[in-house]
Write a protein that binds this ligand. Structure first.
Ligand SMILES: *Cc1c(COP(=O)(O)O)cnc(C)c1O
Length: 380
């Protein structure tokens, strides 16, 4: 039988590859840059959760949830908010609330809703997705939207009832939409009788970068969802905010998709702590992402323009000389650096509360080492 001790050594040797000059083992810690979703609740959150006042939220009787929904709506300048299990549920419920079966929803070709939400818009809302190009920061050209809008009253065509924006833009390396970018698109949508939903999973990152209140970023959209469970460090949750009628409609759809929770004030309590204590610190994540991008730009075989990095997501290209992104991901794993990949030749690194500037330097050194080894290995 394998003893616990030798099992440990067989399976954890890679963590002990660096040795101190005096033969003492030094622990090489894992640097996890896959996503800001890995952030764990803070001590203040755990305390708030333990002491949260709760009630049955399906009866509207959970005081912690009610407080979170009111606070979120206030911060976003909307009439009402609704706690959701996830950002995916918020986006789906927004589409269900705005659209009928057979409607068309226009969004950018890099939208999270299109790429990463299991086609809920088509499978569950019965809506058809129409794509227009996303610019480098995730923007949509109002002229492209105008051209995509369907004429009303033509029996051959689905009506365009919803336009979705994303801010910050995940697949566009955390790019930020300004209030002007948003307004230009919203004006075209509204003139055509369509509503605008903002997938604002990381909208507070955008607000911190632009140094404007989040409410200013979402003034021209009809509704907005944001995630508590990403850089804001909560264990679970997203809040959908909009006007009262929209939220009343969303409440019914949320119940239908199984999102009516009971004493979920335990989760809302963490959300309230997040809104009070986790927003301003996002600037640290952005500074670290800037450091990371500058360092990556100096590694031969990788390409990224650090000046385009606005928030906490750094997506960079992997040159032919290094091989496929999947090869570099495995090599980085050997170095205890965890990353994700949005495509065959690109890698995504996300900064968050659990990596500091020293970890960034460390991650850069390990990445340079992994890339150097791949470039010099012949049969890669
Ligand atoms: C993460 C994310 C979502 C989905 O949030 P989940 O809570 O993971 O379901 C939606 N939109 C964007 C832009 C995201 O980054």
């Amino acid at each position: 039988m394998t003893s616990g001790f030798s099992y440990f050594w067989q399976h954890n040797l890679s963590a002990f590859r660096t040795f101190h000059p005096h033969n003492e083992v030094m622990f090489m810690s894992i640097i996890d840059l896959r996503s800001d979703t890995i952030t764990k609740p803070t001590d203040a959150m755990r305390q708030a959760m333990a002491g949260a006042e709760v009630g049955d939220d399906v009866y509207g009787e959970d005081p912690s949830i009610n407080r979170l929904q009111e606070r979120a709506a206030e911060m976003l300048g909307k009439e009402a908010g609704l706690l959701m299990a996830s950002g995916t549920m918020s986006n789906l419920v927004a589409i269900l609330s705005h659209c009928q079966r057979g409607d068309e929803v226009v969004m950018g070709d890099q939208a999270h809703i299109f790429w990463n939400e299991s086609a809920g818009a088509s499978a569950l809302a019965g809506a058809q997705i129409r794509l227009v190009p996303n610019g480098p920061q995730g923007e949509i050209d109002p002229a492209d939207l105008q051209a995509a809008i369907r004429p009303r009253g033509n029996v051959h065509m689905p009506p365009t009832t919803l336009v979705c924006l994303e801010n910050t833009h995940n697949r566009c390396s955390g790019g930020v939409l300004t209030p002007q970018d948003t307004r230009a698109v919203a004006d075209v949508a509204h003139a055509a009788g369509a509503k605008v939903h903002l997938d604002g999973a990381r909208v507070f990152n955008a607000a911190v970068t632009l140094e404007v209140p989040a409410a200013e970023l979402v003034r021209d959209v009809d509704d907005v969802s944001f995630c508590l469970s990403k850089a804001l460090s909560c264990p679970v949750g997203s809040v959908l905010c909009g006007d009262r009628d929209f939220i009343d409609e969303a409440l019914r759809w949320r119940k239908m998709v199984g999102g009516g929770m009971r004493q979920a004030g335990i989760l809302a309590a963490a959300g309230l702590v997040a809104l009070e204590t986790m927003v301003d610190r996002l600037a640290d994540d952005h500074a670290n992402a800037g450091r990371l991008a500058h360092g990556l730009a100096n590694i031969d075989g990788l390409s990224v323009d650090p000046d385009t990095i606005q928030t906490n997501i750094v997506i960079f290209d992997v040159d032919q000389s290094v091989g496929m992104a999947s090869g570099l991901i495995n090599a980085l794993k050997e170095e205890d650096v965890l990353v994700s990949s949005p495509g065959p030749h690109s890698i995504r690194m996300v900064t968050h509360r659990e990596v500091d500037s020293a970890d960034i330097e460390d991650a850069l050194a390990r990445t340079a080492h992994a890339v150097g080894a791949l470039r010099s290995s012949p049969g890669k």
